[in-house]
Ligand binder design. Structure first.
Ligand code: PLP
Length: 409
């Protein structure tokens, strides 16, 4: 046996197997996670981390949340899956909760954010055929992220994601984000909808001004367009309200939801207001969409957010975390600004060290998500406390120290 074989760590063994058996679609961080509890995760080497990524805005109640486990346990002993050929109560229950949390609408269930957006795009196309003489173009934003299926990828627009898979489905017009004039200029007779994220998540937590959202609503009314809001990342209480658009006091015609809805169990949903509720039997479907297991968990997650006051917590702890991060800047760390809303935050750095800080965080016990070279995204569980936020910032400070020493900064 060679010496290198004798010193293989658990992580290295996992990395070798991953490389052999999984498609190389992800650039993973050098850590294998084994257990989770609340905002903490433990890796296979036994190190504990405060998880400020939370499954990318998914684990809203934290890891292995009692409410999620109880719903899984109860529903899995009742009925796990039936298909949509039959009625089930958990599906209707979750649809009611979603509608009550948002606007008058009906719900279609699917399994992911991309599928939810794909459904929204189909709704817009059908609505265009029925109501707007075949108009089909959708105005979307530069740097948007709407998913990886072909149509949601066409909406996403990022050249490097699209290029290997061209030709893209047509009908998406990209304009600068948070720019009402650009949207107005892009609208023509063939335009059927405007589709936007209230805060762009994947491109680095870039919020749209409430004013712009109100102007978008007015423009859609004026030009008879559907306003589609992608709340896949911003929804489920993350910004301090159920849905980020509620801060602006507007309602969309179509809203897409996923990520946090299942608290870690895959589920997606689309809500269509009466004017956009055009899908009929046979138009669309999804084998797993809204199955009893996923919707029972979704219902439990929504009730728990309400009962535990997690929207208020997101607002309060988000403000606290933001202040603590700004204090790091004042203490000399290379931080330019902190942006975002509630517990959807980005630290914008003044040096190109975001990936290094992210990796150093794995040594100091805090998980953050580096986007590009200058942004650290934080979308932690909504149960995060102020004390945990403070501890996470202390660990992040230590991560900065390591990253800056490494780079000779
Ligand atoms: N829409 C937004 C705003 C997202 O942030 C994401 C994922 O990051 C998606 C859609 C795609 O969701 P999924 O990965 O569940 O398909």
């Amino acid at each position: 046996m060679s010496s290198s074989q004798t010193t293989t760590t658990p992580l290295q063994r996992i990395q070798q197997d991953e490389s052999e058996y999984l498609m190389h679609t992800y650039g993973r961080q050098p850590v294998a996670l084994a257990h989770g509890n609340g905002v903490y995760v433990t890796d296979v080497d036994g190190r504990e981390h405060i998880d400020l990524v939370g499954g990318i805005a998914v684990n809203v109640l934290g890891h292995t949340a009692p409410a999620v486990r109880a719903a899984l346990e109860h529903q899995s002993s009742e009925l796990i899956h039936t298909s949509n050929l039959y009625y089930t109560v958990p599906q209707i229950d979750l649809a009611r909760l979603l509608v009550e949390s948002s606007f008058k609408s009906r719900v279609f269930f699917c399994n992911s954010g991309a599928e939810a957006n794909e459904t929204a795009i189909k709704i817009a196309r059908k609505w265009g055929q029925k109501r707007r003489s075949g108009a089909y173009k959708i105005v979307v934003a530069h740097n948007a992220f709407h998913g990886r299926t072909l149509a949601s990828l066409a909406a996403t627009g990022t050249e490097k994601y699209q290029q290997p898979f061209t030709p893209m489905p047509e009908g998406f017009v990209h304009v600068p984000y948070d720019d009402i004039d650009a949207v107005r200029d892009a609208v023509d007779d063939q335009t059927v909808a405007v589709m936007m994220e209230p805060v762009q998540g994947e491109s680095g937590v870039v919020p749209m001004r409430d004013e712009t959202l109100r102007e978008l609503r007015a423009l859609c009314d004026e030009r008879d367009l559907l306003l589609i809001l992608d709340e896949v990342q911003t929804g489920m209480g993350r910004t301090g309200r159920w849905w980020a658009h509620q801060h602006a006091g507007v309602t969309p015609d179509v809203m897409t939801v996923a990520k946090g809805l299942g608290g870690g169990v895959p589920i997606g949903a689309v809500l269509a207001a009466p004017r956009a509720d055009v899908l009929e039997p046979g138009d669309h479907g999804c084998t797993f969409g809204g199955n009893p297991l996923a919707t029972a968990v979704g219902g439990a997650v929504m009730r728990e957010i309400e009962q535990q006051g997690l929207m208020d917590n997101a607002q309060r702890v988000g403000a606290h975390l933001q202040a603590a991060l700004l204090a790091l800047r004042d203490g000399g760390k290379p931080i330019e600004s902190v942006r975002g809303r509630g517990l959807m935050l980005a630290v914008v750095l003044s040096q190109d060290i975001a990936p290094r800080v992210g990796r150093a965080g794995l040594e100091t016990g805090v998980i953050v998500n580096a986007i590009g070279t200058r942004v650290l995204r934080m979308v932690p569980p909504l149960i995060l406390t102020e004390a945990q936020a403070d501890e996470a910032v202390r660990r992040l400070s230590a991560a900065f120290d390591i990253a800056m020493t490494e780079g000779g900064a």
